[in-house]
Write a protein that binds this ligand. Structure first.
Ligand code: ZN
Length: 205
C-alpha cells in the first residue's frame, strides 16, 4: 500500500471536484479519512485471516462494491440537506465514490504484496495494473519510520503528491479565472428604471 498519508491526501484532493455547495473542509476531511480507511483490514492478520482471503488485506475493503456501499452511507450523511437525485447531489455521490475507490486503484499501482480484489465478493481474483511505479509501504508504522520511510515518501511525492497537487491547483486556478471574469455583467450600472430584484436562486453547484 502507499502510506495512509498518501491515501488521505488523494481522498482530500478529490473533494476539490465536488459540486460547489458541498465543497469545504468537512468534505475534504471526510474523504481523506474514507480513502485511508480500507487499510484497517490489516487487523485481519491479527485474527489469523490470511492475506489472500477475501476478507484479508486488499480484499473486500478494497473492492469496488465495498466502495459503492460505503459511498452510499457517506452520501446519505453528507448530502442529507440536498434534494436527492438533484444534479449536485448526484455529483456529490460520484465524488465520494471516486474517493472511496481511489484506495484500491492506488494500491494496484504498488510494486509488492498481493493484488487488489476489486470485485470481491463477486470474484476473488486479485489485480495489479501492468505499470507499478509506487513502492509498497510497510504494514507496520514502526517499520515505516525505521526503514525505507524516507524513500517511500519521496517515491509517493513523485508519483502521487506532485501530480495530484498540480491537478488540484490548476483546477482551482481555472475555476477562479472562469468565475473571476463573471462579475462584469452584474456590476454594470443599474438603469434608472430598473427595480432592484431579489437575487435569483437558480441552479448551483
Ligand atoms: Zn490498501
Amino acid at each position: 500500500m502507499p502510506s495512509a498519508l498518501t491515501h488521505a491526501f488523494v481522498g482530500g484532493a478529490i473533494s476539490t471536484f465536488a459540486p460547489r455547495r458541498f465543497r469545504g473542509v468537512k468534505l475534504g476531511v471526510v474523504l481523506a479519512v474514507a480513502a485511508a480507511l480500507p487499510d484497517l483490514d490489516v487487523l485481519a492478520f491479527r485474527v489469523g485471516i490470511p492475506y489472500a482471503h477475501p476478507l484479508g488485506h486488499r480484499g473486500l475493503s478494497h473492492s469496488l462494491p465495498f466502495a459503492f456501499l460505503f459511498a452510499i452511507v457517506l452520501w446519505t450523511w453528507l448530502g442529507r440537506d440536498a434534494v436527492r437525485l438533484s444534479r449536485a447531489s448526484e455529483g456529490l455521490f460520484l465524488v465520494i465514490f471516486v474517493a472511496c475507490a481511489s484506495h484500491g486503484f492506488l494500491d494496484a499501482f504498488t510494486d509488492a504484496g498481493l493484488g487488489v480484489g476489486f470485485f470481491i465478493p463477486f470474484s476473488d481474483v486479485r489485480y495489479f495494473f501492468p505499470w507499478r511505479p509506487i513502492l509498497t509501504s510497510p504494514l507496520s508504522i514502526g517499520r515505516f519510520f525505521s526503514e525505507d520511510g524516507a524513500l517511500i515518501l519521496r517515491n509517493e511525492a513523485v508519483w502521487v503528491w506532485i501530480p495530484v497537487g498540480l491537478v488540484v491547483v490548476l483546477t482551482v486556478l481555472a475555476r477562479h479565472m472562469v468565475h473571476g471574469s463573471t462579475p462584469l455583467h452584474p456590476m454594470r450600472a443599474a438603469q434608472p428604471n430598473e427595480q432592484a430584484k431579489p437575487s435569483g436562486s437558480g441552479p448551483r453547484g
